[in-house]
Design a protein around this ligand. Structure first.
Ligand code: NAP
Length: 478
């Protein structure tokens, strides 16, 4: 079995132990043995990043742009291979995996350009003869902690802006899916970026999470993952006065109004609730449907669900792969039971599937007769489980859409300009979709939410500057 090591200070180094990376479509398929760091190795990575920072922060921006562009070019050239690896380790379908790898490549190319566009401001002073300049400078050494559900795109959308704006990084990917992060590190290792600027430290959050977040050499933490871990990290950063950015869960609503195009509403709801096994923070898990379209919509969703092909993520023609792990499968099946116990009706799916290979397969589940106060409508499941909330009209739909501790993405299916416009204004989500699935976003514009979904400034696009730089105001007497 091939062994994969950490990348620290420009060297590949073995950690304290190794753990197998297992294909959730076929548990007999082991992708490789990936090393697990301990706190001492994490310390070495932070020290290397600190040592590399002064030269990288003040170095030539054309060289920086060239390196990021080279990384993006290689990812795009190898998108099929990387997408296949992604499907094999995480369970997204191969086309979805290729799409995610393409996104990662495009992100590096976008931030290659941003290296040359970090603008400041020059203002007149209120004092005669004095000039004022406002510039942005890198934060320093940044700890990047990523989840398992986007194993290459999320590392890319944190690493690329961090490096573009002159920071050094220590990336800790999710323990469940280290393969794509390792492949990204291998590409970065040949890009011309100096030793220590980028470091990959694989291992468990329970072992190296605290040492990373609390390390005095770390200036800021960018985290994507669950609300529980994110909240803990925010507390640690507050105590240590570190800048922190958290992207966390969602319980995203999809409103379907009476005047919606039924076929379109069904398709976008099924896509955003169940594709990628519902394992997207932007997946819609609450379908809020008005009375007049309710029966047609529910029948349409059930009919579309009956056509979904669930199977090995690498097989041709399938719509949905397995869920990512045994633990996630148990959570998903558990929430179906919780929903039923709360009084919901399971009208489609919800059972474990036995296919040709042993994997974590589950039939997407649709629950009706649910109310907003049920756990199934308040807690993030993070699996192929959606519930329907029936409402009388738009006002009630809007209220229920916002009636959640989360606020990441929200959608409305309607042909009414009036309701679409009102919803864009009054939705309490960071991202709003009109006649589009709640999942599926562009890579060059801000990404993030409100309430319990996000904390700190936005990721992606130019808005990433806010987190990855700090502002300096300089006064000069002419
Ligand atoms: P998670 O359990 O919170 O883990 C996220 C990352 O944090 C992993 O790398 C994990 O390491 C690490 N970690 C665990 N304990 C830690 C600690 N004490 N200190 C520091 N790091 C620690 O989340 P997940 O299950 O991987 O991902 C699913 C969640 O991510 C869902 O809630 C989903 O909504 C959210 N998500 C949000 C977005 C967004 O942009 N809003 C995007 C994607 C996913 P281990 O792997 O070793 O546990």
């Amino acid at each position: 079995m091939q062994k994969f090591d950490n990348f620290i200070n420009g060297q590949w180094v073995a950690g304290a132990s190794y753990a197998p990376n297992i294909n959730p479509s076929n548990l007999a398929d082991v992708i490789g043995d990936y090393t697990q760091a301990d706190a001492a190795q994490l310390d070495a990575a932070v020290n290397a990043a600190q040592a590399a920072f002064p030269a990288w922060a003040t170095g030539n921006v054309q060289a920086r742009a060239d390196a990021l562009d080279k990384i993006g070019t290689e990812i795009l050239a190898r998108r099929e291979e990387l997408g296949t690896l992604l499907a094999r380790e995480e369970g997204k379908t191969k086309p979805e995996g290729i799409g995610e790898a393409t996104r990662a490549g495009n992100i590096f190319k976008f931030f290659a350009g941003e290296c040359l566009r970090l603008a400041g401001e020059v203002l007149p002073s209120v004092r005669s003869g004095v000039g004022v300049e406002i510039t942005r400078e890198p934060m320093g050494v940044i700890g990047l902690i990523t989840p398992w559900n986007f194993p290459i795109a999320i590392p890319a959308w944190k690493v690329a802006p961090a490096l573009a704006y002159g920071n050094c990084v220590v990336l800790k990917p999710a323990d469940l899916v280290p393969g794509c992060a390792w492949a990204l590190a291998e590409i970065i290792s040949r890009s011309g970026i100096p030793a220590g600027v980028f470091n990959l430290v694989m291992g468990r959050g329970s072992v190296i999470g605290d040492p990373l977040v609390n390390h005095p050499g770390i200036n800021a933490i960018s985290f994507t993952g669950s609300q529980g871990v994110g909240g803990r990290i925010a507390q640690q950063c507050a105590v240590n006065l570190k800048k922190v950015q958290l992207e966390m869960g969602g319980k995203n609503p999809q409103i379907i109004l009476d005047d919606a195009d039924v076929a379109q509403a069904v398709e976008l709801s099924v896509q955003s609730a169940f594709f990628s096994s519902g394992q997207r923070c932007t997946a819609s898990s609450r379908l809020i449907v008005t009375d007049g379209i309710y029966a047609k919509f529910v029948e349409g969703v059930k009919a579309r669900m009956a056509t979904l092909k669930i199977g090995d993520a690498l097989a041709a023609g399938i719509d949905i792969g397995p869920v990512s792990s045994r633990a996630q499968l148990e959570i998903d099946m558990g929430y179906v039971d919780i929903g039923k116990a709360e009084g919901a009706s399971l009208v489609a799916g919800g059972e474990r599937l036995q296919l040709a290979t042993e994997g974590f397969y589950m039939a997407p589940a649709l629950l009706t007769d649910t109310t907003a106060d049920m756990r199934i409508n308040r807690e993030e499941v993070f699996g192929p489980v959606a519930s329907i909330i029936r409402v009388k009209g738009y006002e009630e739909a809007l209220f229920e859409a916002n009636n959640t501790p989360f606020g990441l993405s929200a959608g409305i299916a309607t042909t009414s300009l009036k309701y679409a416009t009102h919803f864009k204004r009054h939705s309490q989500a960071g991202m709003v979709m009109v006649n589009l699935p709640t999942a599926g976003v562009d890579y060059h514009v801000p990404f993030g939410g409100r309430k319990g979904s996000s904390f700190g400034s936005r990721e992606q696009g130019r808005y990433a500057q806010e987190f990855f730089t700090t502002v300096k105001t300089a006064y000069t007497l002419a």
